[in-house]
Design a binder for this molecule. Structure first.
Ligand code: S6P
Ligand code: ZN
Length: 194
């Protein structure tokens, strides 16, 4: 056998969104998201049950170039007060690394922003292929009533910078108003210091 990295395949179950083999699994409960939801009282209330918010199944490949990281996220439905369940959101540690999201199941929104405070969002339904361009932080929000499942692929060396979003927050938040997902300004958003 050559010394080259060997090709391999992973099986994605379209029903559950899970991978076989499972790869590296990341499970985030509400307690992992302190300070991220607008309604702090409701956040504390729900901590008693500490619901599962999302699961990420990462195929294990080296976190270097020229490899391609790929994974599936299962974002569960629910709300904290009026605000829909969401992922933490991050910039890539190597800021100019892009990413592709492919929605497989459920529905949601993909929120993106730059360090200059520019904001963009895309609706995600099964079949949507979204391009997260270089330098855009990204967060997903489940606006439906079933799990929102999407596949992602990104450069091997991208890495994750969570600290930026933990400090800044997102420009906008997605809440239910008159039974509809509605964007509101996030009063706690602080523009990044560059
Ligand atoms: C990785 C990619 C996704 C997220 C996942 C969870 O670059 O964007 O796989 O990691 O959706 O979100 P977060 O913000 O907790 O990493
Ligand atoms: Zn990413």
């Amino acid at each position: 056998m050559s010394t080259l990295f060997q090709p391999f395949a992973t099986q994605l179950d379209f029903e559950t969104g899970k991978l076989n083999p499972k790869g590296k699994v990341i499970i985030r409960h509400l307690s992992d998201m302190k300070g991220m939801y607008l309604d702090e009282g409701e956040f504390e209330n729900q901590l008693k049950k500490n619901p599962l918010i999302y699961e990420v199944y990462n195929v294990v490949v080296p976190e270097t170039m020229p490899h391609i990281q790929h994974c599936v996220t299962i974002l569960h439905p629910g709300k904290v007060g009026k605000e829909y369940f969401m992922t933490k959101g991050h910039y890539h540690e190597v800021l100019d690394r892009a990413e592709i999201y492919f929605c497989l199941k459920g529905k949601g929104e993909l929120l993106m922003q730059t360090k200059d405070g520019e904001f963009s969002s895309l609706e995600m339904v099964p079949g949507t292929v979204a391009y997260v361009a270089p330098e855009w932080a990204h967060r997903t929000v489940n606006t439906g009533e079933e799990p929102f499942v999407f596949f992602a692929a990104y450069p091997g060396d991208a890495g994750h910078d969570y600290g930026g979003i933990e400090t800044e927050g997102f420009v906008k938040a997605l809440v239910e108003q008159n039974d509809k997902p509605t964007y509101i300004e996030n009063p706690r958003y602080i523009q990044a210091v560059k």
